[in-house]
Ligand binder design. Structure first.
Ligand code: FHN
Length: 592
């Protein structure tokens, strides 16, 4: 009772403050959306430095665990009510079965901490509408379950104990609330109470409970994609929440997953190839294939793969939100616990190469990834495959190296020997044994401002003397670019060129084979392949589609010894696109 009186006094004051503070702000702007860059940097600092968090999907859906009436449900485990078309009254019977007697928040927080995770985001309410906290605004909450503990309150205390920040996932889409539209297959449910203004008021009231009762550091919205939600409602909700807790961090799904509303982007189950420069972003990923617990899903990613994803994401300037789907009794799956332990062992040695780092200043490096700590003149070189040849090379390093060491080696071990073996090609010599499993890290300290210079990695012939010039390794100049999904150079709408540097040991004639695609009606662009003064010409033939790749031998070309620049040059402006170029292969020719 006291809590409710206290809440209503707070509510009146805050509501008055809110309208006083934002009533003259246009719908698209907002007092908090226009905070200064320095204010935002201060608010985001801990989140940017954290780089690594735990996602938890837990609720009623953990009970069916991916199966309903003996049948495996399609889609994510937490979507089972929709996928299996379970009537509300059937699904709601799960409430009386939700009794996670083995729930141990201290264990959860400790596992997150020891894995090196700096924050935790838990589903306070997923799409099914069930609330993991005792809400005054609905009976569809944990208080209606036989489990009479404050799940989120206990988790908050445990996270505080271990120094892990706690945030809440909250779904805008709600399959239970009468003011939110029922699913299209729920023909028996009334629609006369559907009212997004009333539902938004309900959401605001719930979010105020969460903010006031648990002081979350992050609000992670989801389920924003339906037509029921729009940018205006999202902007208003963002302003409302920042007025409630000015330092809170809110993801971009509070709006419509765009760049201009919300504090960070949320690529899901994927890592943007080049990161998202100039924007805070966080990739969320499952550890197997489901967010919620699915008892049949044995598709667990390896600990090595999870560490490599963490490194890859950090090297692109993003955060990694790695998911755990606890069982209905409150336990983490053993497979998840084992992986968290392995990641933690790696972080014990290498976390300085993750926390507080910024994106790599190098486009791509041959040995793995790079993270950087600009204010410390330090680069971290993450070596994915330990080289048998005894060294790695960092192309494009323009600054002088002061020292190089391997994280994880005892302090008394000497530093690593480095040398410039080519203009701007730094070689770092490594011991035979890698100090860390999965990924080992070289800490490189450099002098003065970091300078990087474009370095086109040399392509060397394979053991048969064949040069494979892959699209991904090309340097592109002009209007064309590498397309990850097709593994080709495409969008070739101008006279731009693609080029590679060949490291030629054996001069001579090489047969030229091109692998390309060109949609019907876009063929006919003449082009040449030139290297070291020699050239071979061709006209782009149509293959039928931009994804229909074919290969063609163009004839032989003479190539001298040494570093040779090979360029593909269109000879006229294309009608649509020059071609989608996947690769050029040079085979030693027997013809003199
Ligand atoms: O539909 C949800 C899904 O269940 C899960 O919560 C993921 C994790 O972010 N988000 C939505 C799918 O984009």
């Amino acid at each position: 009772m006291i809590k409710n009186i206290f809440r209503s006094i707070c509510s009146t004051c805050l509501t008055a403050f809110f309208f006083a503070s934002v009533m003259f702000v246009s719908a698209d702007e907002g007092l908090y959306r226009n905070e200064s860059e320095s204010e935002k940097n201060e608010r985001m600092e801990w989140w940017r430095d954290a780089r690594f968090g735990m996602f938890i999907h837990w609720g009623l859906y953990a009970i069916p665990a991916g199966e309903w009436e003996g049948r495996e449900s399609k889609g994510y485990a937490e979507w089972i009510r929709h996928r299996a078309k379970i009537p509300l009254e059937e699904y709601d019977k799960l409430v009386e079965r939700f009794n996670p007697v083995d729930y141990n928040p201290d264990e959860w927080a400790r596992l997150a901490k020891e894995a090196g995770m700096k924050y935790m985001i838990i589903t306070s309410k997923h799409h099914d509408g069930f609330c993991l906290w005792p809400s005054d605004l609905t009976e569809y909450d944990i208080e209606s379950a036989p489990f009479d503990r404050d799940i989120l309150g206990e988790l908050k205390d445990a996270c505080d104990k271990y120094g892990v920040k706690l945030g809440f996932y909250y779904s805008i889409m709600d399959w239970h609330h009468p003011n939110y539209p029922p699913r299209d297959w729920e023909t028996d449910r009334p629609r006369d109470q559907v009212d997004m203004d009333k539902y938004t008021k309900y959401m605001k009231g719930q979010l105020k409970e969460l903010v006031e009762d648990y002081d979350p550091a992050v609000l992670w919205f989801d389920g924003e994609w339906e037509g029921t939600w729009n940018k205006q409602r999202g902007g208003d909700l963002y302003e409302y929440l920042r007025a409630l807790k000015p330092d809170i961090i809110i993801n971009n799904r509070v709006g419509k997953r765009t760049r201009n509303l919300g504090d960070f982007g949320t690529p899901e189950q994927k890592i943007p190839a080049e990161g998202i420069p100039g924007w805070d972003w966080e990739t969320c990923m499952t550890m197997n294939r489901h967010w919620g617990w699915n008892k049949n899903d044995q598709n667990w990613k390896s600990a090595e793969g999870l560490v490599e994803r963490l490194v890859d994401i950090a090297s692109k300037g993003g955060n990694y939100l790695l998911n755990v789907g606890p069982k209905p009794n409150g336990e983490f799956p053993q497979q998840a616990v084992a992986r968290l332990g392995k990641i933690g062992e790696w972080m014990d040695v290498n976390s300085e190469a993750i926390y507080g780092t910024i994106a790599s200043p190098f486009a791509e490096v041959p040995f793995g990834r790079v993270t950087s700590k600009k204010d410390e003149n330090v680069l971290y070189l993450h070596v994915f495959d330990w080289p048998a040849r005894g060294y790695i090379e960092l192309p494009g390093m323009g600054s002088a190296v002061k020292s190089a060491e391997l994280l994880g080696l005892p302090w008394w071990r000497d530093g690593l020997k480095t040398e410039l073996v080519d203009e701007n090609l730094l070689r770092i010599y490594l011991p035979e044994e890698a100090p860390s499993p999965y990924v080992s890290v070289v800490k490189l300290e450099y002098a003065g401002e970091l300078t990087t210079v474009p370095y086109v990695p040399k392509v060397e012939a394979d053991s048969n003397g064949v040069f494979k010039l892959k699209a991904k390794k090309a340097e592109t100049m002009g209007k064309l670019k590498y397309e990850e999904d097709k593994d080709c150079i495409g969008f070739w709408t101008g006279k731009g060129t693609a080029q590679w540097v060949l490291g030629v040991e054996n001069a001579g004639n090489y047969n030229v084979r091109v692998v390309w695609a060109c949609e019907k009606g876009s063929g006919g662009t003449p082009y040449k392949i030139e290297v070291g003064g020699a050239a071979i010409k061709d006209t782009v033939a149509e293959t039928g589609a931009w994804t229909e790749f074919e290969e063609k031998d163009l004839g032989a070309i003479k190539i001298a010894k040494g570093d040779q620049l090979l360029k593909v040059v269109p000879l006229k402006q294309p009608s649509v696109g020059v071609m989608n170029l996947r690769s050029i292969v040079l085979y030693p020719s027997n013809d003199e």
